[in-house]
Design a protein around this ligand. Structure first.
Ligand code: F6P
Length: 363
């Protein structure tokens, strides 16, 4: 292995730079492996001239403490369904995977490390099937990949959400209010569940447990008739009422992803029209959860994953993804990595902990 390419796909995530630095540094242990980065996922390789940068020691020094990614990222770079703007303003898609693989080879790359979530690893798998020497590194604040116990970025997102929650508690308490805080997580309630326990919420609403608004109101009103007279709720962006639908909008500008967000306002309206005794306010944290400095835990996990990625490249373990299982860094096949989504199981120990701590899921 002489020359490898690194790409980041999907949303940014605290720890991406720590992975890049880990790859760049660990490559030096194996002699003269050159590490390059493709700007904005694979778009850098696809563009003419190629937009690729050498990830040498100078460029990667000290970047592990920074959020985001120095090689940028995009949701609009799927080489298998590349968005092409049409004259009427709509987008059609084109399979550019063959062209991508040719360009990767033409630029002399022996292997590729693709850092990304579920969508990016599905792309890795397809490129592997087409003959590319590729390995994946899992990334997502949502912690929704089943083949790894943890993804870097998740701990940082939970810490940010918990810090915000703590600030909202003081206002809820001072004003006797019901404050709803919406967190990210897509179809998995991990960020909400962890934040609710860390912060000490009264109610936690997650996609895996559709809520009964009457039960939510009952729990709130009980706190107003006897008890402390304020309530803090954490709701995951993908949560919905029983028989309800998820709150989201279609992606724009060639991004096929449905944009989740706004369920906190939907819940506020539901509470206000279902007899809730408290004055209700809602806060949507949004991208603040993905920004800034990664926690020490995420820096360590991300660095370890970067080092493992290089080891896998050297050992030619292509078609696999780095994984963190049972406190060990290991690897799994890309096929199994993308086959199952990591939902919060109702029997998960943290669901039990939350219930025993008096947190209602509205069920
Ligand atoms: O997957 C990470 C994530 O932050 C989700 O929690 C959220 O739904 C989504 O990305 C937001 O994506 P975008 O940055 O494209 O709005």
């Amino acid at each position: 292995m002489k020359k490898i390419l690194v790409a980041c796909g999907g949303g940014d995530c605290p720890g991406l730079n720590a992975v890049i630095r880990g790859i760049s540094r660990a490559a030096k242990h194996y002699g003269d492996i050159e590490v390059w980065g493709s700007m904005e996922a694979f778009n850098g390789v696809l563009s003419e001239p190629a937009d690729i940068v050498k990830l040498n020691k100078k460029r990667t020094a000290g970047i592990h403490v920074k959020g985001g990614t120095i090689i940028r990222t995009t949701n609009k770079g799927n080489p298998l369904a590349f968005p092409i703007l049409q004259s009427d303003g709509t987008y059609a898609t084109k399979d550019r995977s063959g062209e991508l693989i040719k360009k990767i080879r033409k630029n002399g790359f022996d292997a590729v490390i693709n850092i990304g979530g579920d969508g990016s690893q599905k792309i890795s798998l397809e490129l592997y099937k087409k003959g590319l020497n590729i390995i994946g590194v899992p990334k997502t604040i949502d912690n929704d990949l089943s083949a790894t116990d943890r993804t870097f970025g998740f701990a940082t997102a939970v810490q940010i959400a918990t810090d915000c929650f703590d600030k909202l508690v003081t206002t809820a308490e001072s004003h006797h209010r019901v404050i709803i805080m919406e967190v990210m997580g897509r179809d998995a309630g991990w960020i909400a569940l962890h934040t609710a326990i860390a912060g000490g919420a009264e109610i936690c609403l997650i996609p895996e447990i559709p809520y009964d608004i009457k039960k939510v109101v009952k729990k709130i009103n009980k706190r107003y008739t006897k008890g402390r007279g304020f309530v803090n709720i954490v709701i995951s962006e993908g949560a919905k009422a029983k028989n309800g639908t998820v709150t989201g909008t279609a992606g724009t500008d060639g991004d096929t992803h449905v944009k989740l967000g706004g369920v906190a306002n939907v819940l506020r309206h539901q509470l206000e029209t279902n007899g809730c005794k408290g004055q209700v306010r809602s806060t949507i944290l949004g991208h603040i959860q993905r920004g800034g400095t990664p926690t020490a835990y995420d820096r360590i996990l991300a660095t370890a994953m970067g080092v493992k990625a290089i080891e896998m490249v050297v050992d030619q373990q292509f078609g696999k993804m780095v994984s963190f299982r049972n406190n060990k860094i290991s690897s799994v096949s890309l096929k199994s990595a993308v086959s199952e989504y990591n939902f919060v199981d109702k029997k998960n120990y943290l669901v039990n902990v939350a219930r025993k701590m008096g947190i209602s899921f509205g069920d």
